[in-house]
Design a protein around this ligand. Structure first.
Ligand code: MG
Length: 268
């Protein structure tokens, strides 16, 4: 006698878009933790010092680095060197590898300094200081965990593990591929998909059955190039048209808060 089929209710806490997904890879800065602002501020200090010391010939290109628009357009999601090179090129500055390395190193120093200022006695792996996880992201990650869907964190930054630990959410992920791992494995940066493909490989799920969640233009593009089943863009309102640009670069859907992907949406 055939037994009645028992419906699988474990995914009821997830929005329909995620119900067929077997794994989810989350970008870190700006998706899991609110640390993108710390990166953007460090970039601004490094780039503005460079622009003052080496003003572009065209006065229109001398304006200071914009923490929202320039960050999203040229730097966000990329490796430090790729980001420095892209922004300086956009300002018409011909750069040597040495110049790019110097500006990138300056940003790294300023970023680390800011992290220390925000929680010096707990540095590097202390209690929750300075960096927070977005509550909507935590809700979604917990709902995925309850549904048995494996989760990875991925980031071009070598600081990802530290940031996740500071925010108290490192344990919610089954795998982490950060900038240090990417360098060790020789993985190219976003918009190449290698970082995400490595993350989903570690979860044991093919990309075409997995989702990527990203807030950077280079990141959603990497998700698309990697052949992921679903690319979720997170619009942290960097600009009025950020959502449209995320869609243009490869996001299948765009949300403002990942709580929107829990059944019933984000709490009001
Ligand atoms: Mg990001």
């Amino acid at each position: 006698m055939q037994r009645p089929r028992i419906p699988d209710r474990s995914r009821d806490a997830l929005a329909p878009a995620l119900r067929d997904v077997r794994a989810v890879v989350f970008d870190t800065d700006g998706v899991i933790t609110d640390s993108a602002r710390v990166h953007a501020a460090a970039w601004k200090e490094a780039f503005d010092a460079f622009l003052r010391a080496h003003p572009p010939e065209d006065p229109a290109l001398r304006r200071p680095f914009d923490e929202r628009d320039d960050y999203l357009r040229h730097v966000d999601g990329k490796s430090r060197l790729d980001g420095a090179e892209a922004f300086l090129a956009a300002r018409g500055i011909e750069t040597s590898a040495e110049t790019v390395r110097a500006v990138a190193a300056d940003k790294e120093r300023l970023f680390t300094q800011r992290l220390r200022e925000q929680g010096v006695d707990a540095y590097p792996y202390g209690p929750r200081v300075g960096v927070d996880a977005y509550p909507g992201t935590v809700r979604l990650v917990q709902a995925l965990r309850a549904a048995g869907v494996p989760r990875a964190a991925a980031s071009a930054s070598r600081h990802a593990g530290e940031l996740l630990s500071r925010a108290g959410v490192l344990d919610l992920f089954d795998a982490l591929v950060d900038g240090g791992e990417a360098a060790r494995l020789g993985l190219p940066g976003k918009p190449e998909p290698d970082l995400f493909l490595e993350a989903v490989r570690r979860l044991g799920v093919p990309a075409d059955r997995a989702a990527v969640v990203e807030d950077a233009l280079a990141g959603v593009e990497a998700g698309r190039r990697g052949g992921f089943a679903l690319v979720v863009g997170v619009d942290r309102a960097a600009g009025a048209d950020t959502g449209a640009r995320l869609l243009l670069h490869g996001a299948d859907i765009v949300v403002h808060d990942l709580g929107e992907l829990c059944a019933g949406g984000a709490p009001k």
